[in-house]
Design a protein around this ligand. Structure first.
Ligand SMILES: [Ca+2]
Ligand SMILES: [Ca+2]
Length: 405
């Protein structure tokens, strides 16, 4: 009876599944033939973004050529820190003198408006999935931004005096924040948006912090006493004696493997390397530019970019040789934070580093109007909410030749 009723009812679209199927197969055939016959360009390389604190701009560097893309992006006043969304499509820049966070579309390298309002003197930023955590150095709070709505969740969370650096654990469950004015670090639960436990006492004027992705350790630069403190993030306590580094340590990064730490010594114009197995300094400090402030490591761990605040350049260090490679890259005035953005591999809907035939079919279905573009955001290379034949071809190329990049 049910089946008879179904057969008797007029179908809203009696033909389209078959027609669409034929069109889809045809379309795929054309695409594959075209892709095989027409050489496609390779995958776009990632970019580095450098906040120029004195010129209210962000310098964009094409990492493939270590070439600056002109002109720089105009952001708010005194940009200090940068974080990139997990999908690589947005960079968020704290504007310390505006109380805002600027949003950069990394596909088009344009600044979106309006900027997001946060607390006073935003200094540090870290992102876990769809939330950004911002330290507000001038009103002693942490703002939590919902990235899906680009608004701060009220109210901001009170910290100690002058929160500066912030780093998230790999699982995103906790943030560690340097409290510059209290010579302490606090642990912050991203599940409850509360500070947990007591402040952890570290050295004098703790500035930046990095979490080891491979172990339960965080490392803090103590700018005033020329040391790095090690924190056990399981126990939320300091581990061992502070590690002596150069003068005025400020920036700090850990390699993706977690085996090395790199620290800028702002007044020595050097970078110190620490072996995390022994928490001892290894080798001689690496000479860089004048006033090295922050540093960032490429996602593959191969290179470290160091911002030289006083000579308006970025130095590049090879982590294989721990030597500077190439000439310094010019930036705007007063470069501080550096962050990398790698755009998703076009067509890799599942973000697993490869494009499958199923993913290509998804793209074709979106292009034909049979599915919505949110079904594969990674197929929409230019972010215009449409999947075009060019984007499908790029995806086919990635399926045939690998995501690479
Ligand atoms: Ca995939
Ligand atoms: Ca598109």
């Amino acid at each position: 009876m049910f089946a008879a009723g179904m057969m008797a009812s007029p179908q809203p679209y009696p033909q389209w599944p078959f027609a669409a199927h034929r069109r889809l197969v045809l379309c795929c055939l054309v695409i594959v033939l075209w892709a095989v016959c027409v050489p496609q360009s390779t995958v776009a390389q990632p970019f580095a973004y450098v906040a120029n604190n004195n010129t209210n701009t962000v310098t964009v560097i094409d990492l493939a050529a270590n070439r600056v893309i002109d002109p720089p992006l105009v952001v708010g006043r005194s940009p200090s820190s940068i974080a990139v969304s997990p999908d690589g499509t947005r960079a968020y820049v704290t504007n310390a003198d505006d109380g805002t966070v600027s949003v950069v579309n990394t596909r088009t390298n344009t600044v979106l408006t309006p900027a997001i309002s946060v607390g006073a003197g935003p200094a540090g930023i870290a992102i876990a999935t769809t939330r950004a955590y911002v330290t507000n150095a001038q009103d002693n709070t942490i703002s939590v931004i919902d990235l899906t709505t680009s608004t701060a969740i009220e109210p901001a969370i009170a910290t100690g005096h002058t929160p500066l650096g912030i780093a998230l654990t790999v699982d995103g469950s906790h943030a560690y924040v340097t409290i510059f004015g209290d010579n302490a670090v606090v642990a912050f639960s991203t599940a409850t948006n509360t500070i947990i436990g007591s402040p952890i006492g570290v050295g004098s004027e703790p500035e930046q912090i990095a979490v080891n992705p491979a172990s339960a350790r965080a490392y803090v630069t103590n700018a005033d006493d020329d040391t790095v403190s090690v924190i056990d993030t399981d126990k939320n306590s300091v581990l061992g004696a502070p590690i002596a580094v150069g003068t005025s340590p400020r920036g700090i990064v850990v390699t993706p493997r977690g085996d090395r730490i790199y620290v800028t010594n702002a007044e020595d114009n050097t970078v110190t390397v620490i072996d995390t197995a022994t928490n001892g300094v290894t080798g001689v400090p690496i000479g860089v530019g004048n006033g090295p402030s922050r540093l960032a490591i490429t996602p593959d761990g191969a290179r470290i970019y160091v911002s030289n605040f006083n000579d308006n350049t970025v130095s590049v260090i090879s982590t294989e040789t721990n030597a500077v490679i190439g000439a310094p890259i010019p930036t705007g005035n007063g470069p501080l934070a550096i962050a990398f953005a790698r755009l998703p591999c076009v067509g890799d809907c599942g973000n697993d580093g490869a494009v499958t035939v199923d993913e290509l079919l998804t793209l074709v279905n979106i292009a034909l109007g049979n599915a919505v573009v949110s079904g594969c955001g990674a197929g929409d290379a230019n972010g215009d909410h449409q999947i075009t034949i060019d984007e499908i071809l790029t995806a086919v190329n990635n399926a045939l030749n690998g995501c690479g990049g």
